[in-house]
Design a protein around this ligand. Sequence first.
Ligand code: NAG
Ligand code: NAG
Ligand code: NAG
Ligand code: NAG
Ligand code: NAG
Length: 505
Amino acid sequence: MQPSIIRILFYSLFIPFLVLEFCKAADRITSGESIRDGETLISKGKIFELGFFSPGGSKSTSRYLGIWYKKFPKIVVWIANREIPVTGSNGVLTISTDGNLVILNCMTNRVVWSSNSSATVQSSRAQILDSGNLVLRENSNTSFGSHIWQSFDFPSDTLLPGMKLGWNLTSDQNRYLTSWKDTSDPSPGDFTCRIDNLGLPQFVLRQGSEKKFRTGPWIGLRYSGTYSLRSPVLKFSFVSNSDELYQMFEFSSDSVLTRVTLKQPGVIQHSVLSEGNPDWTIMYTSPNNLCDNYGWCGANGICRINNNPICGCLEGFIPKSQRQWDVLDWSSGCARKMPLDCQKGEGFEKLKNVKLPDLLEFRLNEGMDLNQCEAECLKNCSCTAFANSDIRGGGTGCLNWFGDLIDIREFSEEGSELDIYIRMPASELEGEKTDTIDGIHINCFRNACSQLFDLAYEADEEKEDRRSSWEGRNITSDVKVICCSNSLCTPMTCIDNKFAFYVLH
Ligand SMILES: *[C@@H]1O[C@H](CO)[C@@H](O)[C@H](O)[C@H]1NC(C)=O
Ligand SMILES: *[C@@H]1O[C@H](CO)[C@@H](O)[C@H](O)[C@H]1NC(C)=O
Ligand SMILES: *[C@@H]1O[C@H](CO)[C@@H](O)[C@H](O)[C@H]1NC(C)=O
Ligand SMILES: *[C@@H]1O[C@H](CO)[C@@H](O)[C@H](O)[C@H]1NC(C)=O
Ligand SMILES: *[C@@H]1O[C@H](CO)[C@@H](O)[C@H](O)[C@H]1NC(C)=O
């Protein structure tokens, strides 16, 4: 008697747990099976979990089917029914008769969400993988391998290792990230991150249709405006062929969890959790400084994060509104000092180590070299700049820009093999050369009034006292002073430090 009582006790105590454990350990459902709200699927290595949840752990009755880290249930990496929550705990995930994965509301018996695959199969199975991918495959022992649907093709706000961000060019499907509306509402918010494919791909963060940040075009080995993170375990790949165009990152270390998330308000965050660490750390965020903000210095401006102020005009340009620039509002940008007249003698000013301007009006010709590219640009009066389109092989391909140049930034780090050439009128190229004053050569200064005195001092060594005699005094009649606002020279008196000077005797 004793042993059987113990056995009964044993079973009655432990069988429910065993059954529960069995349910919990399942990583898949097949046709005819389902999970209801409260039940979950767990990937083999217990990394990801799939089930119904309420966002932000709120007590809201809106329930969504999502995938989260088993260890971090609050970090949801994917959601099926983002736009249509199930009210109350009536949600059921199952496989419909056509083999699609569906969420049903078992109160109303209506389909809330469907994987909508057009492939019709007799029977299928859905499995949550340790990569975080929910994969739907035909359930037969003859067709392994290819999936009929996978969650990786329909990203929410999170990119996981191995997930492709970009285009299936055959189906014209673009996979991109969309932020949540807010922390309690996972429906698509304002912000998107996608790869624009306009000849040369670039990665763009938008709010609605407005660009907020871009990486610059892909120039063969990297985006022109980013430096690749050097890490022995992080592998970034970019694939461009006739079928596909995407970027992807992978981690070669299994003990590391990592994800890229598009957060409110429009911040891309790459976080990592290494083994033994209780908390995620942020590897980087983008945009991460003012120069990353799209078009921060306005049209034809250039952003240099180590300069003060950070915005300047491209060579040959002056602020459109000096008044606005004086109060550090650069949005109005810069205009040409001397308009291009498309006459002979026009040339280019080389600018090194920059994020290439946005591809608004441009032409790409992959077959041209740099000389042909320059000639091509000179042929068209509205061409304003040119550059190689690919840094490989010492620079190949040709990009011509037309009209205003937007969102250029200069990097202080060396290592960019790519230069851009900005078109200049002949007079500007000559003016560049130097002006002769009192036997010394000077460039037109952009700097403060003190430069004037240094200049005068140098120019006039015999009269050393001259410098001090100018300070704080009105300009006397024996010197003519021409003030230059960013080298546009007009005769005026010295007012403040905003101007530079040419001194003529
Ligand atoms: C599936 O198709 C239906 C009907 O075309 C559509 O209303 C629904 O939004 C689609 N669901 C998804 C997840 O794309
Ligand atoms: C393959 O399917 C057949 C028929 O459904 C079944 O009898 C067999 O056991 C299956 N084989 C494997 C390896 O699952
Ligand atoms: C691209 O889409 C087509 C059509 O949906 C599909 O057959 C193909 O497998 C997809 N290619 C890749 C690489 O996912
Ligand atoms: C110059 O380029 C612009 C922009 O691509 C184009 O619209 C225009 O027709 C070109 N002009 C000439 C003369 O080729
Ligand atoms: C400079 O000129 C102004 C106006 O002509 C005059 O009011 C002022 O006293 C002068 N300052 C000096 C230091 O001479």
